[in-house]
Design a protein around this ligand. Structure first.
Ligand SMILES: Cc1ncc(COP(=O)(O)O)c(C=O)c1O
Length: 367
């Protein structure tokens, strides 16, 4: 059975008329950069995300970088990031001259460990940057208590967690800013690169807007040095169409994860858990197996798309060898790095497809 890792085609076909019409409209109006479609999406997304302001930008990596700058990160400032995440989270810190300081994860949840965060705080720490990894919110109440105690800012990387909630509150609204990626494969994905930021702070929002558009406050009035990181009209129009469907798609992801869990509950494998206080939006469905190479080979041979998110915790990448970290610095991240495997996860996945994946998985997996 051929089961892709994600299936963007079937989602497109389900909204083809709406999307094609929205794109054609932008072309007819030649509103390619900024304009009414971007405003419309920003307003709708702010409402969806439960924030006062949403600011579109070029991608989710820029979103983190611009948000950090907008909350006042300066060269030399330390930003605490998870050891286990996509590299953008740390790259964004370095891009503005900051120093990423890595903290370990909570075993089984994969999100940043608040206790390790507190241990990593120094006189130079400016921001805590949790990631709601795989769609599961980080423990925001503990993180906010630590941030308040030490006078730190919080920027949440919500690239994988559109619509996730922690204790009933949407991610991205706990700290000073939240950042999103709208990369095509994300839970809310554009048809190209796109990103966005949210905040409840008027001044932070103003700074975000300026930085995205060459530091301008009105034409030719460059108040600060910014850059070009604008959301384009076509992507905004696609995102507005897709935003109308996201709750239905998220519910389907959650139902698929529940069905996966039921099929795998007696397998003895480490499967995703959702703490009671969280709405996990399952951008990824990750399990742990002792014989990963064999499992991945078997699933690929049977036509099942699989992935690893992520094979190497950031501190152990060549890009960050300058920090001189050892595996023992991040025991939780180290313990899972050779075991994690991501199974197909997308809203249109069927129970028959999940049956096939889990049967093939259990036929080979070693606990
Ligand atoms: C956790 C995390 N942060 C940031 C990003 C960066 O997003 P983008 O690819 O849109 O730059 C991603 C996307 O892969 C991500 O997964």
């Amino acid at each position: 059975m051929n089961i892709p890792f994600v299936d963007l085609k079937s989602q497109y076909l389900s909204i083809k008329e709406e999307v094609d019409g929205a794109i054609q409209n932008i072309i007819s109006n030649t509103a390619f950069i900024g304009g009414p479609a971007v405003k419309e999406f920003e307003t709708a997304f702010a409402d969806y995300a439960g924030a006062k302001h949403a600011v579109g930008c070029a991608n989710g990596t820029d979103a983190i970088e611009i948000a950090l700058k907008s909350v006042g990160v300066m060269p030399g400032d330390e930003v605490i990031v998870p050891a286990t995440t996509w590299i953008s989270t740390a790259e964004a810190v370095t891009a503005i001259g900051g120093v990423p300081v890595f903290a370990d994860m909570i075993p089984g949840l994969y999100t940043i460990d608040p206790q390790d965060v507190e241990k990593k705080i120094t006189a130079k720490t400016k921001v805590i940057l949790p990631v709601h990894l795989y769609g599961l919110p980080a423990r925001m109440d503990e993180i906010m208590v630590i941030a308040k105690k030490h006078g730190l800012k919080v920027v949440e990387d919500c690239a994988q967690a559109h619509g996730a909630t922690y204790k009933g509150q949407k991610v991205g609204t706990f700290g000073d800013a939240g950042t999103f990626s709208f990369y095509p494969g994300k839970n809310l994905g554009a048809y190209g690169d796109a990103g966005g930021m949210i905040t409840n702070d008027d001044q932070v929002a103003e700074m975000m807007r300026m930085i995205c558009d060459h530091g301008m406050q009105g034409k030719h009035n460059h108040v600060v040095e910014g850059r070009n990181s604008r959301l384009d009209g076509i992507q905004a129009a696609v995102l507005t169409v897709k935003l109308n469907h996201i709750e239905k798609w998220t519910a389907a992801r959650i139902a698929n994860a529940k069905y996966y869990n039921e099929q795998l509950k007696d397998s003895g494998l480490v499967i995703p858990t959702t703490p009671e206080e969280s709405r996990h939006v399952f951008h990824l469905y990750v399990v742990q197996v002792a014989n990963r190479d064999e499992v991945m080979q078997n699933l690929s041979d049977k036509g099942v798309g699989v992935g690893i998110h992520y094979p190497t915790p950031l501190p152990f990448l060549k890009a960050y060898e300058r920090f001189g970290h050892a595996k023992t610095d991040f025991p939780a991240a180290t313990a899972q790095m050779n075991k994690i495997v991501s199974l197909p996860m997308f809203p249109e996945l069927t129970e028959a497809q999940i049956d096939f994946v889990t049967e093939e998985l259990m036929g080979v997996a070693v606990v």
